[in-house]
Design a protein around this ligand. Structure first.
Ligand code: BDR
Ligand code: CA
Length: 328
Protein backbone atom coordinates (compact mmCIF):
# COMPACT_ATOMS: atom_id res chain seq x y z
CA UNK A 1 0.00 0.00 0.00
CA UNK A 2 1.25 3.50 -0.83
CA UNK A 3 2.60 5.45 2.13
CA UNK A 4 0.63 8.60 2.96
CA UNK A 5 2.76 11.71 3.28
CA UNK A 6 2.44 15.45 3.74
CA UNK A 7 5.28 17.35 2.07
CA UNK A 8 6.35 20.69 3.57
CA UNK A 9 8.31 22.83 1.10
CA UNK A 10 9.93 26.25 0.54
CA UNK A 11 9.94 25.83 -3.24
CA UNK A 12 12.84 26.29 -4.38
CA UNK A 13 14.65 24.37 -7.14
CA UNK A 14 15.36 21.16 -5.22
CA UNK A 15 11.95 21.34 -3.53
CA UNK A 16 10.43 21.34 -7.03
CA UNK A 17 12.31 18.13 -7.88
CA UNK A 18 11.10 16.60 -4.59
CA UNK A 19 7.47 17.55 -5.33
CA UNK A 20 7.64 15.95 -8.79
CA UNK A 21 9.18 12.79 -7.33
CA UNK A 22 6.46 12.54 -4.66
CA UNK A 23 3.64 13.16 -7.15
CA UNK A 24 4.96 10.51 -9.54
CA UNK A 25 5.75 7.73 -7.06
CA UNK A 26 3.36 4.80 -6.84
CA UNK A 27 4.77 4.03 -3.38
CA UNK A 28 3.71 7.44 -2.05
CA UNK A 29 0.25 8.95 -1.64
CA UNK A 30 0.84 12.69 -1.47
CA UNK A 31 -1.98 13.98 0.74
CA UNK A 32 -1.03 17.66 0.72
CA UNK A 33 1.72 20.20 0.16
CA UNK A 34 2.38 22.89 2.75
CA UNK A 35 4.43 25.95 1.83
CA UNK A 36 6.71 27.78 4.24
CA UNK A 37 9.00 30.81 4.04
CA UNK A 38 12.65 29.91 3.56
CA UNK A 39 14.37 29.94 0.20
CA UNK A 40 12.01 32.79 -0.76
CA UNK A 41 9.18 34.68 0.92
CA UNK A 42 5.89 32.88 1.49
CA UNK A 43 4.15 34.41 -1.55
CA UNK A 44 6.85 33.06 -3.85
CA UNK A 45 7.22 29.62 -2.22
CA UNK A 46 3.43 29.16 -2.35
CA UNK A 47 3.19 30.30 -5.99
CA UNK A 48 6.13 28.07 -6.97
CA UNK A 49 4.54 25.09 -5.23
CA UNK A 50 1.28 25.67 -7.11
CA UNK A 51 3.22 25.96 -10.38
CA UNK A 52 4.77 22.50 -9.96
CA UNK A 53 1.43 20.90 -9.07
CA UNK A 54 -0.15 22.54 -12.12
CA UNK A 55 2.72 21.51 -14.42
CA UNK A 56 2.15 17.85 -13.59
CA UNK A 57 -1.65 18.18 -13.61
CA UNK A 58 -1.63 16.69 -10.12
CA UNK A 59 -4.63 16.75 -7.80
CA UNK A 60 -2.88 17.73 -4.57
CA UNK A 61 -4.09 20.53 -2.24
CA UNK A 62 -1.62 23.29 -1.36
CA UNK A 63 -1.78 25.02 2.04
CA UNK A 64 0.03 28.32 2.66
CA UNK A 65 2.19 28.18 5.76
CA UNK A 66 4.15 30.46 8.07
CA UNK A 67 5.70 33.65 6.71
CA UNK A 68 8.35 34.07 9.42
CA UNK A 69 10.33 31.81 11.73
CA UNK A 70 8.86 31.19 15.20
CA UNK A 71 11.20 33.35 17.27
CA UNK A 72 13.95 34.86 15.12
CA UNK A 73 11.76 37.49 13.49
CA UNK A 74 11.35 39.17 16.89
CA UNK A 75 15.11 39.71 17.23
CA UNK A 76 16.51 42.30 14.77
CA UNK A 77 20.03 40.86 15.13
CA UNK A 78 18.79 37.37 14.23
CA UNK A 79 16.66 38.04 11.14
CA UNK A 80 17.34 35.17 8.72
CA UNK A 81 19.07 37.09 5.96
CA UNK A 82 21.28 34.89 3.79
CA UNK A 83 24.78 36.31 3.40
CA UNK A 84 26.02 36.24 -0.17
CA UNK A 85 29.22 37.19 -1.91
CA UNK A 86 27.16 39.03 -4.54
CA UNK A 87 25.40 37.69 -7.62
CA UNK A 88 26.97 34.84 -9.57
CA UNK A 89 27.29 35.81 -13.24
CA UNK A 90 28.00 33.08 -15.80
CA UNK A 91 28.31 34.01 -19.51
CA UNK A 92 26.91 37.46 -18.72
CA UNK A 93 23.77 36.03 -17.04
CA UNK A 94 22.99 36.02 -13.32
CA UNK A 95 22.46 32.48 -12.05
CA UNK A 96 20.82 31.61 -8.72
CA UNK A 97 20.42 28.31 -6.88
CA UNK A 98 16.75 29.25 -6.52
CA UNK A 99 15.17 31.70 -8.98
CA UNK A 100 12.42 33.86 -7.49
CA UNK A 101 9.88 32.09 -9.68
CA UNK A 102 10.24 28.69 -11.31
CA UNK A 103 10.46 28.89 -15.07
CA UNK A 104 7.08 27.27 -15.80
CA UNK A 105 3.65 28.89 -16.38
CA UNK A 106 2.19 31.00 -13.52
CA UNK A 107 -0.35 29.14 -11.41
CA UNK A 108 -4.02 29.45 -12.22
CA UNK A 109 -4.91 26.80 -9.64
CA UNK A 110 -5.53 28.14 -6.11
CA UNK A 111 -4.28 27.43 -2.61
CA UNK A 112 -6.64 26.08 0.09
CA UNK A 113 -8.58 28.45 2.39
CA UNK A 114 -6.91 27.39 5.69
CA UNK A 115 -3.29 27.76 6.78
CA UNK A 116 -0.76 24.91 6.80
CA UNK A 117 -0.54 24.57 10.63
CA UNK A 118 -4.35 24.50 10.86
CA UNK A 119 -4.43 21.87 8.12
CA UNK A 120 -1.91 19.66 9.97
CA UNK A 121 -4.00 19.76 13.14
CA UNK A 122 -7.33 19.10 11.41
CA UNK A 123 -5.94 16.40 9.13
CA UNK A 124 -3.93 14.55 11.76
CA UNK A 125 -6.72 14.63 14.38
CA UNK A 126 -8.98 12.91 11.86
CA UNK A 127 -6.37 10.53 10.38
CA UNK A 128 -7.31 6.87 10.95
CA UNK A 129 -3.64 5.78 10.67
CA UNK A 130 -0.35 7.62 11.33
CA UNK A 131 1.09 9.47 8.33
CA UNK A 132 4.61 10.60 7.44
CA UNK A 133 5.64 14.25 7.30
CA UNK A 134 8.48 15.11 4.95
CA UNK A 135 9.77 18.60 5.75
CA UNK A 136 12.31 20.00 3.29
CA UNK A 137 12.18 23.65 4.33
CA UNK A 138 12.37 25.39 7.70
CA UNK A 139 10.36 23.54 10.33
CA UNK A 140 8.07 26.44 11.29
CA UNK A 141 4.75 24.91 10.15
CA UNK A 142 5.39 21.55 11.78
CA UNK A 143 6.47 23.15 15.07
CA UNK A 144 3.48 25.49 14.99
CA UNK A 145 1.09 22.56 14.47
CA UNK A 146 2.68 20.64 17.36
CA UNK A 147 2.34 23.75 19.52
CA UNK A 148 -1.34 24.05 18.59
CA UNK A 149 -2.05 20.43 19.51
CA UNK A 150 0.68 18.19 20.95
CA UNK A 151 -1.53 15.09 20.74
CA UNK A 152 -1.15 14.98 16.95
CA UNK A 153 2.29 13.44 17.50
CA UNK A 154 0.49 10.11 17.96
CA UNK A 155 -0.70 10.36 14.34
CA UNK A 156 2.81 10.86 12.93
CA UNK A 157 4.54 7.74 11.61
CA UNK A 158 7.86 9.47 10.92
CA UNK A 159 9.16 12.98 10.29
CA UNK A 160 11.78 13.02 7.54
CA UNK A 161 13.71 16.28 7.58
CA UNK A 162 16.13 17.71 5.06
CA UNK A 163 18.38 19.62 7.37
CA UNK A 164 21.57 19.87 9.35
CA UNK A 165 25.11 18.76 8.75
CA UNK A 166 27.91 17.15 10.73
CA UNK A 167 31.00 17.56 8.55
CA UNK A 168 29.36 19.84 5.97
CA UNK A 169 27.50 23.14 6.45
CA UNK A 170 26.34 25.77 3.96
CA UNK A 171 24.94 28.87 5.63
CA UNK A 172 27.44 29.54 8.39
CA UNK A 173 30.54 27.69 9.57
CA UNK A 174 28.26 25.64 11.82
CA UNK A 175 24.83 25.57 10.19
CA UNK A 176 22.75 24.28 7.30
CA UNK A 177 20.09 26.61 5.85
CA UNK A 178 16.76 24.99 6.87
CA UNK A 179 17.79 24.52 10.49
CA UNK A 180 19.52 27.92 10.68
CA UNK A 181 16.41 29.68 9.33
CA UNK A 182 14.25 28.50 12.24
CA UNK A 183 16.36 26.80 14.93
CA UNK A 184 13.71 26.99 17.66
CA UNK A 185 11.19 25.22 15.43
CA UNK A 186 13.77 22.55 14.58
CA UNK A 187 14.55 21.93 18.25
CA UNK A 188 10.85 21.52 19.05
CA UNK A 189 10.26 19.12 16.17
CA UNK A 190 13.27 16.85 16.72
CA UNK A 191 12.28 16.45 20.37
CA UNK A 192 8.54 15.95 19.80
CA UNK A 193 8.70 12.20 20.41
CA UNK A 194 7.92 11.01 16.86
CA UNK A 195 10.46 9.00 14.87
CA UNK A 196 12.70 11.64 13.26
CA UNK A 197 15.07 10.99 10.37
CA UNK A 198 17.48 13.77 9.48
CA UNK A 199 18.79 13.87 5.92
CA UNK A 200 21.69 16.31 6.32
CA UNK A 201 24.23 17.82 3.94
CA UNK A 202 26.62 14.90 4.62
CA UNK A 203 24.13 12.63 2.82
CA UNK A 204 22.88 15.07 0.18
CA UNK A 205 26.36 16.10 -0.98
CA UNK A 206 27.42 12.45 -1.27
CA UNK A 207 24.27 11.50 -3.18
CA UNK A 208 24.74 14.22 -5.76
CA UNK A 209 23.25 14.45 -9.27
CA UNK A 210 25.64 14.87 -12.22
CA UNK A 211 25.36 16.40 -15.70
CA UNK A 212 25.26 12.84 -17.06
CA UNK A 213 22.23 12.12 -14.86
CA UNK A 214 20.59 15.26 -16.28
CA UNK A 215 21.15 13.93 -19.81
CA UNK A 216 19.37 10.72 -18.81
CA UNK A 217 16.45 12.67 -17.27
CA UNK A 218 16.06 14.72 -20.47
CA UNK A 219 16.35 11.66 -22.74
CA UNK A 220 13.14 10.32 -21.16
CA UNK A 221 11.19 12.93 -23.13
CA UNK A 222 8.79 13.58 -20.25
CA UNK A 223 7.53 16.77 -18.60
CA UNK A 224 9.15 15.90 -15.26
CA UNK A 225 12.37 14.63 -16.85
CA UNK A 226 12.84 17.86 -18.80
CA UNK A 227 12.03 20.16 -15.88
CA UNK A 228 14.18 18.18 -13.42
CA UNK A 229 17.10 18.27 -15.89
CA UNK A 230 16.80 22.06 -16.21
CA UNK A 231 16.60 22.57 -12.45
CA UNK A 232 19.52 20.24 -11.71
CA UNK A 233 21.67 21.84 -14.44
CA UNK A 234 21.02 25.25 -12.91
CA UNK A 235 22.10 23.86 -9.52
CA UNK A 236 25.21 22.26 -11.04
CA UNK A 237 26.22 25.60 -12.55
CA UNK A 238 25.98 27.29 -9.15
CA UNK A 239 27.75 24.46 -7.31
CA UNK A 240 30.57 24.33 -9.87
CA UNK A 241 31.16 28.08 -9.65
CA UNK A 242 30.74 28.64 -5.95
CA UNK A 243 30.68 25.39 -3.98
CA UNK A 244 32.24 22.54 -6.02
CA UNK A 245 31.53 19.03 -4.77
CA UNK A 246 33.98 16.10 -4.67
CA UNK A 247 32.34 14.74 -7.85
CA UNK A 248 32.85 17.16 -10.81
CA UNK A 249 29.86 18.68 -12.65
CA UNK A 250 27.47 17.71 -9.91
CA UNK A 251 25.00 19.25 -7.49
CA UNK A 252 23.23 18.32 -4.30
CA UNK A 253 19.46 18.05 -4.91
CA UNK A 254 18.88 17.86 -1.18
CA UNK A 255 15.11 17.74 -0.86
CA UNK A 256 14.51 15.03 -3.44
CA UNK A 257 16.76 12.67 -1.45
CA UNK A 258 14.13 12.64 1.32
CA UNK A 259 11.51 11.38 -1.14
CA UNK A 260 13.92 8.83 -2.60
CA UNK A 261 14.58 7.55 0.94
CA UNK A 262 10.88 6.66 1.31
CA UNK A 263 11.05 4.64 -1.91
CA UNK A 264 14.46 3.04 -1.33
CA UNK A 265 15.93 3.57 2.18
CA UNK A 266 19.32 2.39 0.82
CA UNK A 267 19.87 5.82 -0.76
CA UNK A 268 20.93 6.87 2.75
CA UNK A 269 24.08 5.27 4.14
CA UNK A 270 25.67 5.16 7.56
CA UNK A 271 22.42 6.06 9.33
CA UNK A 272 23.00 6.27 13.09
CA UNK A 273 20.58 6.73 15.98
CA UNK A 274 21.94 9.76 17.83
CA UNK A 275 21.13 12.47 20.32
CA UNK A 276 20.80 15.79 18.51
CA UNK A 277 20.17 19.30 19.80
CA UNK A 278 20.02 22.56 17.88
CA UNK A 279 22.25 25.53 18.66
CA UNK A 280 20.34 28.79 19.11
CA UNK A 281 22.74 31.68 19.39
CA UNK A 282 25.98 33.22 18.22
CA UNK A 283 28.45 30.95 16.45
CA UNK A 284 26.35 27.81 16.85
CA UNK A 285 23.00 29.26 15.68
CA UNK A 286 21.27 26.50 13.70
CA UNK A 287 23.97 23.89 14.31
CA UNK A 288 22.86 20.26 14.57
CA UNK A 289 24.87 19.34 17.65
CA UNK A 290 25.33 15.57 17.84
CA UNK A 291 26.32 13.78 21.02
CA UNK A 292 28.94 11.35 19.73
CA UNK A 293 30.15 10.33 23.18
CA UNK A 294 30.01 6.69 24.22
CA UNK A 295 27.65 7.53 27.11
CA UNK A 296 25.38 9.68 24.99
CA UNK A 297 22.32 11.65 26.07
CA UNK A 298 19.10 9.80 25.10
CA UNK A 299 18.86 9.30 21.34
CA UNK A 300 16.13 11.22 19.48
CA UNK A 301 17.05 11.18 15.75
CA UNK A 302 18.30 9.00 12.95
CA UNK A 303 21.08 10.92 11.18
CA UNK A 304 22.45 9.91 7.75
CA UNK A 305 26.19 10.47 7.49
CA UNK A 306 26.43 9.36 3.86
CA UNK A 307 24.39 8.79 0.70
CA UNK A 308 24.47 6.64 -2.43
CA UNK A 309 24.45 8.74 -5.58
CA UNK A 310 23.95 5.88 -8.08
CA UNK A 311 20.89 4.60 -6.21
CA UNK A 312 19.47 8.13 -5.85
CA UNK A 313 19.84 8.94 -9.56
CA UNK A 314 18.28 5.62 -10.50
CA UNK A 315 15.24 6.19 -8.23
CA UNK A 316 14.69 9.63 -9.79
CA UNK A 317 15.09 8.30 -13.33
CA UNK A 318 12.40 5.66 -12.72
CA UNK A 319 10.05 8.29 -11.29
CA UNK A 320 10.49 10.85 -14.06
CA UNK A 321 9.89 8.12 -16.65
CA UNK A 322 6.32 7.88 -15.26
CA UNK A 323 5.47 11.48 -16.12
CA UNK A 324 3.55 12.56 -19.22
CA UNK A 325 5.49 12.58 -22.51
CA UNK A 326 6.42 15.99 -23.88
CA UNK A 327 4.94 16.83 -27.25
CA UNK A 328 7.55 16.59 -29.99
C1 BDR B 1 18.22 23.27 1.97
O1 BDR B 1 18.08 24.68 1.91
C2 BDR B 1 17.43 25.08 0.74
O2 BDR B 1 18.17 26.01 0.06
C3 BDR B 1 17.19 23.84 -0.08
O3 BDR B 1 15.92 23.88 -0.70
C4 BDR B 1 17.31 22.71 0.91
O4 BDR B 1 16.06 22.38 1.48
C5 BDR B 1 19.68 22.91 1.80
O5 BDR B 1 20.44 23.51 2.80
CA1 CA C 1 13.98 23.30 0.57
Amino acid sequence: MARKIILDVDTGSDDAVAIMAAVLSKDIQLEALCSVAGNKDIDKTTENTLRVVQLLGADVPVYRGCRTPLVKFLCPDRLPVRKSKGPLVVDGKEVQMHSDFLDVPPATIKEQPISAPEFYVQYLRAAPQPVTIVAVGPLTNVAMALLLDGTIVDKIEEIVIMGGGYNITNTSPTAEFNIWYDPEAAQHVIHCGAKVTLVPLDATHAACITLDDCKRFRALGTVAGDFAAALCEQRIMVHSNSQPLAVPDAAAVHDALCIAYLIDPQVLRDVRHVHCDIGFRDFCEGQTILDMRYYTEPVNCYFAFDGDRQKFASVLLDLFARSEKTKS
